[in-house]
Ligand binder design. Structure first.
Ligand SMILES: [Zn+2]
Length: 358
């Protein structure tokens, strides 16, 4: 198994941030076009290095600061469309066949676009990217998720925006941002609105903050998936024994098949786990939680889906059938209609892995 062979495998990503996946050269070009002069470097290589360094700091707050620069160049119709188009193309070139890409529309209002316009231009970019990827022989389907910032007060508005656009390429809702001090229950009315409208959502929980955040996201907010959720291990005991013991919350997550959007490199960079070989991914996979592999922020982590999978293969010794299982886990958990999920599993993922498994 090599990076090249993993690239050939059909992959599905559920947790990828639009503003965390720009090409360094695009950041520079868009900054030039829109007159943004705060970038910490003036060539693509140095800029890529800067993002990686800042993200490696081990602090979620510092990690989140890097987004000021990407968000700054995504304030115009053309900026949003280009970033979304390139995102779809880059994922497709990596062998991703299904992607859910999220971003926070409220952070793109600095140049007089409305929330609806921000979403429209971004969706247009994804559609362009899908068309170009199909022409290049690497078809991909991209679903957009709308994120509200947990420290802000617009979550209800963003939930309404999500529902308004649900037949036009928006699949669900999310909250993100620094977790400490901003529990998910602060945004209860947004989640209640989503549930009242039979609409799905995920919540960033159990990354910087522990079990109480996960418990709130599930029990009070009723989320369909957990963004990261790595700290569910705080509710799993005797990890080294043949039969680890699960507490109430961990049992609930496993029994209800709540998908965990795990992001190996990002989880190490933000300090959610100390090192990749200490990542609970393998423990959770062995305990048959519904684990999925994700990129989080491809620019900041200097990664993509194939590299995340290769790291897991090298660290935990996985084979093709494991990667297939994680991919099907993700596809089962996608925020698109059930028949669409089945079709991608049966017609794209299974045949793709059958060739690789041989
Ligand atoms: Zn995230």
């Amino acid at each position: 198994m090599t990076l090249a062979s993993i690239r050939q495998a059909p992959k599905a990503v559920l947790h990828d941030h639009l503003d965390g996946g720009l090409r360094p050269a695009t950041v520079l070009e868009l900054a030039e076009e829109c007159g943004y002069d705060q970038l910490p470097a003036d060539n693509a290589e140095a800029l890529a290095h800067w993002f990686r360094e800042a993200a490696d700091s081990g602090s979620l707050e510092r990690y989140l600061e890097t987004f000021a620069h990407t968000v700054a160049v995504m304030q115009t119709a053309e900026g949003l469309r280009r970033v979304a188009r390139e995102c779809a193309l880059d994922l497709a070139a990596d062998g991703v066949v299904y992607a859910e890409v999220r971003f926070a529309p409220e952070q793109h209002l600095e140049r007089d676009l409305t929330l609806d316009e921000v979403v429209e231009h971004t969706l247009e970019g994804f559609r362009e990217g899908e068309r170009l990827a199909a022409e290049a022989g690497t078809p991909i389907r991209v679903t957009c998720l709308l994120t509200a910032m947990r420290h802000a007060a617009r979550s209800r508005e963003i939930a309404e925006l999500t529902v308004r656009f649900r037949d036009r390429g928006v699949g669900g809702f999310d909250i993100a941002g620094a977790e400490a001090g901003y529990p998910p229950s602060r945004h209860l009315d947004a989640f209640e609105y989503m549930r009242a409208n039979c609409a799905q959502f995920t919540i960033h929980a159990g990354e910087a903050f522990g079990l109480p955040s996960i418990h709130e996201a599930l029990a009070f907010c009723g989320c369909d998936r957990l963004g990261h959720g790595v700290r569910i291990t705080d509710d799993i005991f005797d990890n080294d024994s043949a039969e680890p013991r699960l507490g109430l919350v961990a049992n609930y997550v496993r029994d209800k098949r709540i998908p965990l959007e795990l992001c190996p490199s990002s989880n190490v960079q933000t300090g959610a786990v100390p090192a990749l070989d200490k990542h609970p991914f393998d423990l959770l996979a062995r305990l048959r939680f519904r684990v999925t592999v994700n990129t989080d922020n491809r620019l900041m982590s200097d990664t993509d889906m194939s590299r995340e999978m290769l790291k897991l293969v090298e660290t935990f010794g996985y084979g093709w059938s494991d990667l297939e299982r994680f991919t099907i886990n993700a596809m089962k958990s996608a925020f698109i209609p059930f028949p669409d999920r089945l079709r991608i599993i049966d017609e794209v993922i299974k045949p793709g892995y059958a060739v690789l498994i041989g």
